[in-house]
Design a protein around this ligand. Sequence first.
Ligand code: NAD
Length: 437
Amino acid sequence: MKIAIVGTGYVGLVSGTCFAEMGMEITCVDTDNRKIDSLKNGIIPIYEPGLEELVKRNVEEGRLHFTTDLTSCLDDVEVVFSAVGTPPDEDGSADLKYVLDVARTFGRHIKKYTVLVTKSTVPVGTAQKVKAAIREELDKRGCDVEFDVASNPEFLKEGAAIKDFMSPDRVVVGVESERAKELMTKIYRPFMLNNFRVLFMDIPSAEMTKYAANAMLATRISFMNEIANLCDRVGANVDMVRKGIGSDARIGNKFLYSGCGYGGSCFPKDVKALAHTAREHGYTMQVVEAVERVNELQKSVVVEKLQQSLGDLRGKVVALWGLSFKPETDDMREAPALVIIDRLLEAGAEVRAYDPVAIPECQRRCAGKAIYYAQSPYDAATGADALALITEWKQFRIPDWTRLQAAMRGNVLIDGRNIFDKEEAAAAGFLYRAIGK
Ligand code: NAD
């Protein structure tokens, strides 16, 4: 089976590679020449565990190709997946420019029945806009080629993307025709030989499912952050509270961790876009809007705790461990670290930062800012008055406390992800402060 994937970012590259791994012949398309050139030369533009070897193998075995031109493969494929970006517009809505560009190119060039599947996260109603854009292009050509649109929102997590894609909890597919449903079944059957969990539904429900899932997860985070902030004020321990409520089967124990806020390419923009869709329909989603506000405030909690411990931050040296929005990725889109860095620099502090993979990305995003990028966690801590843990990479979990003490000038330790043992840190002489315990 031959498939084209348009947009070769986190979602497109992972999806394309995993489809190829299952024996399909995949062409990944991107308008970014540099990205496609790198991929053709075996250079993977993102850090995602396990991806590089999978890309290499499938390229070598002739199942994975890269191009900047969708039209070069359109005649050969049965299905085109669109996995282009849907960044937030100024008003918080999802910008559909790239999604509609793909639809127009598709409409201008298809010659036979093909399905255009939207994998990008798009608001309810987008499939209708995609369909209209294709029709308009076909009308301009004066031809009536049969096509279908479908919705297949992606639920992979960066950092565990291959595993998530290869053995998904479920695959959600919105379709309007039996023909499209059959093709989608054929594509996903290899991923679920033992237990076929493709949930077929109407397209608006599929589009809404993705936003509802992300909004629910973001809500759990903001909810726990508020509980943690109150724990701080009343002397309770959010870790205990989490265990206490998580053992209730109705609540469940996943995604109940407090910290310094969520970031990434999905939760922030999807929560905003969902609230925007509601407002467009004359409805205000009170909970969803509060989730976003709480998260924005939470990104500053680490800086507030530093101020409470150190007083005026002018001239103080602060070490940051972790920059990416979560471990196992170099993605810094909407990362709390960016807000924390800016607030520290504004307050006159000196920033020494370390991350196992995200330093180049931080250098790109923070070009011109006076940040010292360290070679190791202990290099970052050298001469620091305080250390703040921002991203819970595994290698930070059991620090050499003696070495850390010796490297630092002060002893303030702010645990922005609640990963350290309070007693252990205190026994090593640290003034330990976490989020809600
Ligand atoms: P990304 O920014 O990493 O990649 C998007 C790619 O699309 C870019 O390489 C860009 O050059 C390319 N592109 C834009 N217009 C194009 C066009 N007309 N033709 C060809 N290529 C084009 O984005 P991403 O993180 O992969 O996200 C893509 C979509 O998937 C978004 O809607 C996102 O919300 C959703 N999503 C992302 C994740 C995630 O973890 N990153 C998870 C689930 C869903």
